[in-house]
Write a protein that binds this ligand. Sequence first.
Ligand SMILES: Cc1cc2nc3c(=O)[nH]c(=O)nc-3n(C[C@H](O)[C@H](O)[C@H](O)COP(=O)(O)OP(=O)(O)OC[C@H]3O[C@@H](n4cnc5c(N)ncnc54)[C@H](O)[C@@H]3O)c2cc1C
Length: 403
Amino acid sequence: MSEENEFAPDCCVVGAGPAGLLAALLLGRRGRRVTVLERRPDPGGAAPAAGGSVIVQPVTLGLLDQVGLLGPASVGAGRLLGAEAYFAGSLAGRYRYEELADCPVPYALSLRPGVLLDAMLTELAELPDVRLVWGAEVEQLSGTGALTVRTAAGSQEYLPTYLLAADGRHSVVRELAGIAAEVTASDGAYLDAGVPIPPDWDELTRAHFGSHGYLLETRRGEDGLVIVWITDAGTAASVLDGPVEGLLKVWSDVVPRLAPWLTRHITDWDQVRRVQHFAVRAEAWTAGNVVLLGDSAHGMHAFAGQGMNTSLQDAVCLTEAVDRALSGHGTRGLDEFERLRRPYIEGLQALQATNTPASAAQAAPERERAPEFELLALGQPEIRPLLARAMANQARSGAAANH
Ligand SMILES: Cc1cc2nc3c(=O)[nH]c(=O)nc-3n(C[C@H](O)[C@H](O)[C@H](O)COP(=O)(O)OP(=O)(O)OC[C@H]3O[C@@H](n4cnc5c(N)ncnc54)[C@H](O)[C@@H]3O)c2cc1C
């Protein structure tokens, strides 16, 4: 990037999480001048919100594949071939990715977010017009779009044509842009604990809905199994006050098959993680030249594992829309994305809320609390054509750049 343009890029992306880095990569590959501003002092800093691992669905893996990231992001990841759903102990459905028509890959992956981010950074290093600034704290956004950013070296003003807010659920950019948002802490409780993968485990996620709440048995990376328990606040409190054996009793009653394995490997509360989740509802996802993507637009609960999936899909759709706007084709794409995407996101958040009530008495019946396997695997139907179009244009601009 030439020096005169350095502080007036096509886009500033605030936040080097999955959404921000993928957006920077896609825009950079289209020849756009991009500056990524990240609060963390260096790339090796804290892992993103999910910490250990995230489940990434075939639709999103297909996108990563087309961008050349699937191979590197798969290092240390574990495959999931399908899922089983149980209602009050009875098998209600068994699903396999390979049985779905048009499934981009016949598996989901439990992957390490840090590995994915490293793979993106490696690709970004190839792009001369993308700059990354670490230890950058966004301080001010003026009415004329000037963004003041503080680093250890002092304050700097940027004047980007577009400002992409990928700075997570407590987005500062969102606030500075005056976009009102409800950030609601989940009522219920989320607990998880990892154990080694049992020798005979069959690579199927199992979701158990019942009076205990929701218990998920799934993979954590290549060689781990994780039990996730999402329940109402009252039920969790009755267990949390006692010894860890009380927790093991609840989990073992739900999955008796795993009882000896869990008892052997979970012996202390220190092995159990508690996470407070938040739902974000921003009143608008675009305001002037500010575009929210990922958790800053619609942070959500981990139930159904859609936060990172939808964030990465957002990055694909929104960079296509921003690229078109930068080429003088107007901002219709940004409005269209929000119009199509918002109902799905809000529906998902509502479903998540039914699994995390304050008390057991408020819990909805099991069948009303379960997400649809196919929808998670293949993504929101209305968004699929946008993803396909964005990827086709991405490939075209990549081919043009190589000639
Ligand atoms: C326990 C748990 C389990 C999860 N499991 C799954 C799962 O299985 N599947 C799934 O799809 N999703 C999952 N998620 C959700 C997923 O992790 C998030 O949705 C995803 O990380 C959002 O990506 P993002 O890029 O929008 O935001 P983030 O990952 O939050 O990244 C935001 C970035 O912005 C930076 N930043 C913040 N403020 C500023 C600022 N003012 N200036 C500069 N930089 C800033 C942060 O340092 C960070 O690097 C899970 C989340 C949790 C907590």
